[in-house]
Design a protein around this ligand. Structure first.
Ligand code: C5P
Length: 244
């Protein structure tokens, strides 16, 4: 497969066209950003680690019947994906209160939510990815009612699957962000990535609020040992996949 032009460079990935218009190549970068790119840095090996973790998780999700954009991973930091039109939505699913939920509501960090919370944010860097109400989402025509219902249903299904998967890794899935896209047949596919960049992952057996963090919060909050945490997550994912 020959690789053509660079189509898009995001904060964590570069997307290339290929000789097949239905297939793109995603190149995962070591660059790290936080707080809408106000904080920038690099996490050594992150591209390879996040691509490997995402590849494993997409394969597991596909096997459980969830349609994703994943095709294969031709090298450790590259993923071949189906070309989709990404919906401008960041879908956040929360099981335990953390991050912006605590900041905006006063709910105490670590509170276990009675049921998963599904939230929609407008994917727009200039506006700082604001939280949407469903009325605003429909007003702005970011998705149809049917798409919102389908996404909510899929997000909860993915959460059920991932909670169990991460549990097998000795990791508690606190919250995570998903993105969805439409393929050429207007079919809704899970897209982007699922990795320590996009999930809050706590080491289940660790009670210390800083030491338990195995995700991008280590970078956001300058907790140190960022690379080690990402590597640890990858090791646990590979072990869980092998044991299955
Ligand atoms: O910051 P907040 O608490 O809203 O983040 C919720 C979840 O969504 C976290 O797991 C975070 O890593 C993820 N997220 C993301 N990309 C964003 C915003 C949040 O991956 N732009």
């Amino acid at each position: 497969m020959s690789v053509y032009s660079k189509l898009y460079e995001g904060k964590a990935k570069i997307l290339y066209a290929t000789d097949d218009p239905e297939i793109l190549l995603a190149d995962f970068k070591d660059d790290a950003t936080a707080f809408n790119a106000q904080k920038r840095g690099s996490i050594l090996g992150k591209g390879r680690i996040n691509c490997s973790i995402s590849s494993q998780l997409f394969q597991q999700l596909e096997a459980s019947g969830i349609k994703t954009h994943y095709i294969d991973s031709p090298s450790p930091n590259q993923m071949r994906v189906k070309a989709v039109k990404i919906l401008p939505l960041e879908v956040v699913i929360r099981n335990i209160a953390a991050g912006s939920l605590c900041q905006q509501t006063g709910i105490e960090l670590g509170t276990v939510l009675k049921q998963p919370l599904v939230e929609f944010y407008y994917k727009n860097d200039q506006l700082g990815d604001p939280l949407l109400t469903s009325d605003r989402l429909l007003l702005m025509e970011l998705a149809t009612v049917e798409q919102v219902n389908a996404i909510t249903h899929l997000a909860l299904q993915i959460n059920d699957f991932l909670k169990v998967f991460w549990q097998r890794c000795g990791i508690t899935l606190v919250d995570f962000k998903l993105e969805f896209g439409l393929d050429s047949q207007q079919q809704l596919l899970l897209a982007d990535e699922i990795s320590p960049d996009t999930c809050r992952l706590w080491n289940t057996t660790e009670t210390d609020p800083n030491r338990r963090v195995l995700d991008k919060d280590r970078f956001r909050r300058d907790l140190g040992n960022v690379e080690d945490a990402y590597q640890e997550v990858l090791q646990r994912v590979l072990q869980a996949v092998e044991i299955k």
